[in-house]
Write a protein that binds this ligand. Structure first.
Ligand SMILES: *[C@@H]1O[C@H](CO)[C@@H](O)[C@H](O)[C@H]1NC(C)=O
Ligand SMILES: *[C@@H]1O[C@H](CO)[C@@H](O)[C@H](O)[C@H]1NC(C)=O
Ligand SMILES: *[C@@H]1O[C@H](CO)[C@@H](O)[C@H](O)[C@H]1NC(C)=O
Length: 499
């Protein structure tokens, strides 16, 4: 009998070797913070008043950092604009800015407070990291003086940058990232000239970092994953949800899944601005997320993540997003097509008129196929299949290819694409695919009550189909394959504003 055990022992050993290192985990934390905003003002406040406001926010972040550390977190991410908010002009943000040096200076602000001038915010963040032995990630503002010898120096003699900083568990500044893709209304900041790629190594894996609107771009967001093989991305954001396709949790978790990395996403919290939705996302699963339109409170999230997800046996395979759709025969329908807009993009739609069916809808080079079965065709709810292939041009320019199945706001087809919160129709089967010309496709599925569908509800097959799992019955609000065609983007998002 002893010999019979031998092969099993070998198999167990082989699995252990294969999984070596991948079983190691770290504890990640993100904090969704309800930022205390300064009063709107035309004239800049004093540096003292600016610091007072920032310290109020840092008081709240301090509690979250201590709580996270106490629960064993190795790193905590705090939100975009999390220290001073977003209601600024170029002049009124100035008193909030600090000179943030290059991390190569090996600076621990907590122990060398005066080395780079007056930097109380960096000092406080550094001390919080050091005293609690935790990496701290924050989004603050950098200022860099410039002069006549610099032909691109702004007239007021300084550059101002939206900046992510990382302090390690000894309080040392280990990363400084200047936001590369400013959102159109961010007039208070300059586009940086330095490299958009910021990565750093830690005992718990290799990290990349960017912020908010960057996630739509190739540089640095997708490129830092492709070129530097990072394990995890740190993502402070100040994201306002615009349904149906751009809600923080579905979009960010889809990004982590498609890019096959860990993503630590900390959003600002402000319900009247529709800002909520933070999470810790692994390539194979949504670990934890928070979405709250009911209260004005912050929320700490914690989860274990793999240090090296790529070495794990459950690391998702590469998806060939157009493989199925390009080989499938289009379904012909003589039903009328119609147009509707989603976030200013004009989609071509077709209505789902029966309980079960097959449709193909095309726009330019993109054809989207859908096979579905509802539990019943209700008369009070209308669903449509839509396709968009074009350049998005509002608040930034980026090229999209999108296939989506969504519930229309009312039974009037003119409302297809407008936000809607609940659905009673249940889908028992579905398969959505598209003839994408890109390998960057982000799959999302949102259910009634703006609930995120989980891994057990659906799958993404290697040939690019977003498919139901058997035995489910889902009140679908919207499902989408959101493709980004980076090659067709204008040279750089917001380039025209570059000094
Ligand atoms: C904003 O203005 C009000 C009224 O003047 C004042 O009570 C409040 O403290 C101010 N808030 C901040 C953050 O300065
Ligand atoms: C949310 O943001 C808006 C717009 O900036 C602001 O007027 C409002 O006071 C904020 N809400 C809270 C609770 O801070
Ligand atoms: C949809 O297409 C599949 C095969 O592609 C077929 O088996 C099925 O009968 C079709 N359903 C309808 C309602 O046309």
């Amino acid at each position: 009998m002893a010999t019979a055990w031998f092969p099993i022992g070998v198999i167990v050993l082989a699995i252990c070797i294969l999984d070596g290192g991948a079983l190691d985990t770290f504890k990640a934390a993100v904090y969704e913070h309800a930022v205390i905003l300064p009063n709107r003002t035309e004239t800049p406040v004093s540096q003292k008043d600016a610091l007072m406001l920032m310290n109020k926010n840092l008081d709240v972040l301090e509690k979250a950092i201590k709580l996270a550390a106490k629960q064993g977190a190795d790193i905590i991410v705090t939100p975009g604009d999390g220290v001073y908010g977003w209601v600024f002009t170029r002049e009124t943000i100035y008193p909030y800015l600090e000179d943030i040096p290059d991390p190569q200076e090996n600076w621990i602000p907590c122990t060398e407070a005066q080395r780079f001038g007056h930097t109380p915010v960096q000092e406080r963040l550094s001390c919080l990291a050091r005293e609690n032995s935790i990496y701290v990630v924050a989004n603050i503002g950098d200022k860099k003086e410039c002069g006549a010898n610099d032909p691109t120096c702004p007239p007021d003699g300084r550059y101002q940058y939206n900046t992510n900083v990382v302090f390690d568990s000894e309080g040392k500044l280990v990363a400084r990232y200047h936001k590369y893709n400013l959102f159109a209304p961010e007039v208070q900041f300059n586009f940086p000239k330095d490299s958009p790629y910021v990565t750093f190594d830690t005992p718990f894996g290799k990290f990349g970092i960017f912020t908010c609107f960057d996630i739509f771009s190739y540089e640095p967001a997708a490129a830092v994953v492709d070129k530097f093989q990072v394990d995890s991305i740190l993502y402070p954001t100040a994201w306002y949800n615009t349904l149906p396709l751009l809600s923080a949790v579905p979009f960010h978790s889809a990004w982590a899944r498609a890019m096959r990395i860990n993503l630590l996403s900390a959003n600002t919290h402000n319900t009247s601005m529709h800002m909520t939705g933070s999470g810790i996302y692994a390539p194979e699963a949504v670990k934890v997320y928070h979405y709250d339109m009911e209260t004005e409170s912050g929320q700490l999230l914690l989860s274990e993540l793999k240090i090296r997800p790529r070495l794990s046996s459950d690391y998702p395979a590469v998806v060939d997003w157009s493989s199925y759709a390009k080989s499938a025969k289009p379904f012909i329908s003589n039903q009328p097509k119609f147009h509707g807009s989603i976030y200013f993009d004009e989609f071509t739609f077709i209505e789902l008129t029966k309980e079960t069916g097959n449709y193909t809808i095309c726009q330019k080079e993109l054809c989207c196929h859908l096979t579905y079965k509802m539990s019943e065709k209700r008369t009070d709810e209308v669903y449509a299949l839509g396709a968009f292939d074009g350049l998005h041009t509002v608040e930034g320019q980026y090229y999209l290819q999108i296939c989506t199945l969504l519930k229309c706001q009312t039974t009037d087809l003119k409302t297809c694409g407008e936000p809607v919160g609940s659905a009673f129709t249940r889908f028992e089967e579905f398969s959505l695919s598209g003839t994408f010309n890109t390998r960057y496709v982000f799959p999302q599925l949102v259910l009634s009550g703006t609930q995120l569908a989980r891994e057990q509800h659906y799958e993404v097959s290697n040939d690019g189909r977003l498919k139901s799992r058997s035995g489910v019955s889902l009140p679908v609000l919207v499902m989408a394959l959101y493709g980004r065609v980076f090659e067709k983007d204008p040279h750089r998002l917001g380039q025209s504003d570059h000094p």
